[in-house]
Design a protein around this ligand. Structure first.
Ligand SMILES: Cc1ncc(COP(=O)(O)O)c(C=O)c1O
Length: 388
């Protein structure tokens, strides 16, 4: 039987990741060593007190029932965490859990917009920012991020008609893949823009705990008026190395949260209780490991970018996130070709910038998921190759 699938699902491209995977398998089959800098999964370990809370909770048979809702203790833990970590006041009815920010971004448009409504998303940007709303029927209009503006949107350049039509705008700093961090002035302009055009802001704060050069990661909600215009997504995945546990939160504007909760109540029955309990342990427990981990990422960032600069590849240091956004060597015109050649010649796997939108052309993204000795080895392998 030949099935006719939805136009929305047919529009999704597997793209370069499939090509990279084939190439990787081919290299491994030839006995070549590969160095995977493409994945955004931290190699750091979850903290013992979080794992213990999970294991203890998993021994209780009551915890295997449908959770149905967020535990009150979890909402309280998020509330006090946001107060102590970011100086932000949120009420428990302004908070909801998600199966990760990825899932949240995939579904949020169901609550916020109708078929054909305009949604603003960054280009280059983390794919689900556009794919999620698109799957919900929204019309994506991207806003460009250029190096000369520190990869921040220029609000005056967004056409009046687009701004007037936009239902919501997805914004995320520290930014994956472009690795820039937004300043206070940016958030003030963002909130003013949102108020002027009545646009809901969704701020993805997945990397607030990975910010370099002595800066402190902030929350969008810490800026005056933020809660009037939008919500923030805060994920435990990267800060606590819990990517597989799938828990994050949406918080902020009460009416947005209430509407989103209503939609999700038809989709799921709540997060597995041991995971909720482990999340409480993460949020209420000691935070020094989070800071220490950021320091280690920064060392890797310096080793990789500094090392590559020394061998003639001009890669700027990241400002934040667990990634590096590297302009490709001048002799290349295509980032996909460069990524494939780099893999063939050195075994180093990176993501071509176009995986994040057409404005990613000219760049590749590398994840800081290897220790310094591996980074130094890889820099040396690249130096010895003819790729640059
Ligand atoms: C910007 C951004 N948002 C969200 C996610 C996914 O977060 P979660 O694990 O909470 O779904 C990632 C993961 O790489 C990310 O880079």
């Amino acid at each position: 039987m030949e099935f006719q699938f939805s136009k929305r699902s047919e529009a999704i491209e597997e793209g370069i990741f499939t090509v990279l995977n084939h190439k990787r398998a081919e290299l491994l089959a030839r006995g070549r060593e590969v160095y995977n800098f493409s994945v955004g999964t931290p190699d750091f370990k979850p903290q013992p007190h979080i794992m213990e809370a999970l294991m203890e909770a998993a021994k209780d048979t009551e915890n295997y029932k449908y959770a149905l809702a967020d535990k009150p203790e979890l909402l309280e833990a998020v509330k006090s965490f946001y107060h102590s970590r970011f100086g932000v006041e949120v009420e428990t009815d302004e908070i909801m859990s998600l199966y990760g920010s990825q899932e949240g971004m995939a579904h949020v448009a169901m609550a916020l917009c109708d078929e054909g409504d305009v949604v603003l998303a960054p280009n280059p940007g983390y794919p689900v920012f556009a794919v999620g709303p698109e799957l919900c029927g929204a019309k994506i209009v991207t806003y460009p991020l250029y190096a000369e503006n520190n990869f921040l949107p220029v609000f005056e350049d967004i056409p009046e008609k687009t701004a007037q039509a936009a239902k919501f705008m997805v914004v995320s700093y520290p930014a994956n893949p472009v690795c820039s961090v937004a300043d206070d002035g940016f958030y003030e302009r963002l909130i003013a823009f949102a108020k002027k055009y009545e646009i809901i802001i969704l701020h993805d704060n997945a990397y607030s705990d990975i910010v370099y050069h002595g800066k402190e990661g902030k929350s969008f909600l810490s800026y005056p008026g933020a809660k009037d215009v939008g919500i923030e997504f805060y994920s435990l995945s990267k800060s606590y190395n819990m990517t597989g546990m799938r828990i994050s939160f949406a918080l902020g504007n009460k009416s947005v949260i209430t509407q989103f909760k209503k939609v999700r109540s038809q989709i799921d029955y709540g997060i597995f209780l041991p995971i909720q309990i482990a999340a409480i342990a993460a949020l209420k427990g000691p935070q020094d490991a989070v800071k220490e981990q950021c320091r280690k990422y920064e060392e890797r960032n310096k080793a990789l970018c500094g090392g590559l600069r020394k061998i003639g590849w001009n890669v700027p240091d990241s400002q934040g996130t667990m990634f590096v956004w590297a302009p490709i060597p001048e002799k290349y015109k295509s980032c996909e070709q460069f990524a494939l050649d780099l893999m063939e010649e050195t075994g180093v796997i990176v993501v071509p910038g176009t995986a994040f939108g057409d404005l990613g052309e000219g760049y590749v993204r590398m994840a800081l998921v290897h220790d310094i000795p591996v980074i130094e080895k890889v820099v040396n392998i690249i130096k010895e190759s003819h790729i640059l």
